[in-house]
Every structure is written in C-alpha cells, then in structure tokens.
Design a protein around this ligand. Sequence first.
Ligand code: NAD
Length: 208
Amino acid sequence: MANQNRIPIPTLTRFANLYRVLQEAEAEGVEHLNSAQLEALTSISASQIRKDLSMLGEMGRPGVGYKVNLLKKRIGSILRVDRGHPYALVGAGQLGRAIANYPGFEDYGFKLKAIFDSDREKVGQIVQGIPIESNEDMPSSLLQKSIRIAVLTVPRNAAQDATDQLVAGGVRWILNFAPTHLKVPDNCIVRDVFLTPEFAILGHFTED
Ligand code: NAD
C-alpha cells in the first residue's frame, strides 16, 4: 500500500478526535488545555495523549497545558485537514443527500464538488448548488475536475461497478457506506463506515 509508512490508524483516530475538540475549544476562545482536560473531552487517557503528543514533539507546559491554537495547527497539518480536498459523492439517495447537506465536513477541508447518480430522474437535479451528473459521465468528469476522493452511497449491488468507475476516473481515496467489501488497486484506500455493527455491539451490552 502506498502509504504504509504513515501514522497507524488508531493514532490517527485519536488525532482526529483531539482535532475536533481543539477546534471547538479554539472557537470558544480557550487558550490552553492540559492532558487531563483533553481526557475529559475525548475519553482518550491523559497518559496516551501525552505519549501521542510527545511523539510530535509537542510538550505541554507544566501547570499551563498545551496551547490550543498551536496544537490544533500541528495536528491539522498531520491530518492534512488544513487544506482543500475536493470530493465526489456517488449515489444521491437518502444517505447521499444527508451527507451532501451536512456542512461539518468543510471544517476538515472536504468540499463537495461533484455528485453522480444512475437514476435519470435525478440527473440534473441540484443538491447544495451542484447538478447531479449521470454515472456514465463519471470517469471523464472526475478527471476533468481533478477529484481524487469519493464518498460512496449506492446500493450494495452497485458498489463495485461504481468503484471501478471511480478508479478509472483517478479516485484513490474512498469513504464507503455500501455494506460490502470493495476491491481496489493497491494504491487506493477504502475506509468503510458501517453503522450496523455498531448497533450489534451496543446490543451486546444491553440488559433484559
Ligand atoms: P437510496 O436508495 O436512497 O440511494 C441510493 C442511490 O444510489 C439512488 O439514488 C440510486 O439511484 C443510486 N445508484 C444506484 N446505482 C448507482 C450507480 N451505479 N451509480 C450511481 N448511483 C447509483 O439508498 P440509501 O438509503 O441512501 O442507502 C445508500 C447505501 O448506503 C446503501 O448501500 C445502504 O445499504 C447504505 N447505508 C449504509 C449505512 C452505514 O451505516 N454504512 C447506513 C445507511 C445506509
């Protein structure tokens, strides 16, 4: 895989959580947070936070903590959410539209630039100012718009075909919501987002 020397996913997950909290703190005018306060806000242990941040060379000052804006900048640069990431959405159904209409992804630099659907009735409709394009135009449109990231919200049985078209259009990073395992070339990364197993895990903890 192309990015095998990158930071491990569990660490990135913790950084992403810290980034969200730091963003909120900065917006509220908080200047410093120590590891105990970050633990309370993220549920990541204070010792783990200190370990992760010391690996970045970030040392909190005793009695003061970490400087919120500097730490946010540093983590944002590692996560690369401090720059623009145009992305495409494939499948303008219920879930796809909910994602398209959610403004929060722009805080992380992810900007919706194209929407594709196979339903001729939907092609031409406008979502968030973007006209839905036919999935037949996907590879050429993606290449023309230089889009390398996609969110996949098509039915399971359409997911692999849509993925092949995305890859043909130069997409290398896919956030997949379709409940299926996608086959992609080695230089592509797929992150699956499946809520149903989370319900199952929650179910395990429930009591009669
Ligand atoms: P939906 O039927 O409302 O929307 C699917 C859309 O995909 C439709 O507009 C359809 O025309 C379009 N489509 C079908 N084939 C296509 C293709 N080849 N190219 C482009 N567009 C195509 O369905 P939904 O409720 O929005 O769910 C979408 C997907 O997300 C499903 O696979 C569903 O199982 C999944 N889902 C996942 C989670 C999760 O937790 N990961 C949660 C809800 C739904």
